[in-house]
Write a protein that binds this ligand. Structure first.
Ligand SMILES: [Fe+2]
Length: 382
């Protein structure tokens, strides 16, 4: 990188990390004079024992809790409007997001909407809408329940149009949580296939961030350590979960999301269209595509793959060795090797390629990706 330029680096979120930190929530709210949080989650998480323990624990301390969980797996604008109605109707003073990426994205979009009431997509970052995010935002707290998206430390929310399913990005540094309570105990009972898919999403964030073309040595350092932690823990977190491997995965997913402010790449652009078109789980879509996307990325980035291979403790310090590691890891944690095994067929490939070239992630890929490249990568992975 050039040290003759000026850069700006932002790492401002307070993260309380470790087993049991979620029990600090009531004291934190009280210390910040917050008495009426809107808790935003998803329909599955609200059924779980730990969720009920969190909300009843707050109620026992005299905190008024309103839960909003009517959200879609891939969140849409009307989810955000309904959640904001709930915030207004019950006179809330703060927002707590508890869940995976979808719940935290909706929570973050409600944080925006509370004091920004133009059409939600006016704030779409891809059309420069972030400049309209000028007002106050309510106090925002995040509590992740998966180790994957890292949305808890993010500053953007991906929300789709209800009708067109086109994804918009709401972005502003104001949308960062004030504090994250990252408690690995909340991830202990995740089903193995979710641990596997979300874990591969975290690995994809760290690898794509490390390779992304923007200069950012701090993010690169974090990404390499994130890759190392996932190498140490993902397989065990899937096959024989314990507090240590779950903790490593949770911090590595946070690190991936901190690192990907540097950018993502071709793998996310291959994955996003599968969620839009076929409702494929985001982590699963990344997991199946990552070996193919990384193969594409080797030319020109050999020096970086050498460092990734180092971190992965591979004998051969090459991109090809990294790719075969990814295939092997996927196999050991029961991720399918082929797109056809997750519902993609030949007739989808042109539409997927059209959507992928329009996606926001690949412009930061180290090697430029054309529509033909996307078509070919899908074909290879099929
Ligand atoms: Fe992702």
């Amino acid at each position: 990188m050039s040290f003759n330029q000026v850069y700006q680096y932002n790492f401002p979120t307070t993260i309380r990390f470790g087993a049991g930190v979620v029990n600090e929530l009531a004291a934190y709210l009280t210390a910040n004079n917050l008495e009426r949080p809107l808790v935003v989650s998803d329909p599955n998480v609200v059924q779980l024992d730990f969720f009920k323990a969190i909300t009843s624990g707050l109620a026992a301390k005299g905190i008024s809790v309103e839960v909003f969980s009517k959200i879609h797996k891939n969140p849409v604008k009307s989810d955000v409007y309904l959640g904001t109605d709930a915030f207004d109707a019950t006179n809330r003073d703060s927002i707590i997001g508890i869940g995976g990426g979808a719940a935290l994205d909706v929570a973050r979009a409600i944080v925006l909407r509370v004091h920004h009431r133009e059409d939600l997509f006016k704030y779409d970052d891809l059309i420069g809408g972030d400049v309209y995010v000028t007002g106050d935002v309510p106090h925002f707290i995040t509590i992740p329940t998966t180790a994957g998206t890292g949305s808890e430390v993010g500053r953007s929310a991906i929300i789709a149009d209800d009708d067109t399913h086109q994804k918009k990005i709401l972005f502003s540094p104001k949308l960062l949580a004030k504090i994250v309570f990252a408690d690995p105990l909340l991830t202990m009972d995740l089903p193995a296939h979710i641990t596997a898919a979300t874990g591969m999403d975290a690995l994809t964030h760290n690898m794509e961030a490390y390779l992304a073309k923007m200069e950012h040595p701090m993010c690169e350092g974090i990404a390499l350590e994130g890759i190392s932690l996932i190498h140490q823990s993902l397989e065990d977190a899937v096959l024989k979960p314990d507090q240590e491997n779950k903790s490593k995965m949770l911090i590595a997913s946070l690190m991936g999301a901190v690192a990907f402010q540097k950018g993502l790449g071709v793998v996310h652009s291959l994955a996003h269209p599968m969620s839009s078109l076929l409702d494929t789980h985001h982590g699963l879509a990344n997991a199946v595509n990552i070996p193919y996307g990384m193969t594409f990325n080797i030319p020109g980035s050999e020096h970086k793959f050498k460092r990734i291979a180092d971190v992965l403790e591979l004998k051969e310090k090459t991109g090809e060795a990294v790719v075969s590691y990814l295939h092997g890891l996927n196999e050991r944690i029961s991720i399918p090797r082929r797109l056809r095994e997750v519902g993609v067929n030949e007739s989808h490939l042109d539409t997927l390629a059209d959507l992928a070239i329009a996606d926001f992630a690949h412009p930061n890929n180290p090697r430029p990706v054309s529509r033909n490249d996307f078509r070919q990568l899908y074909q290879e992975a099929l």
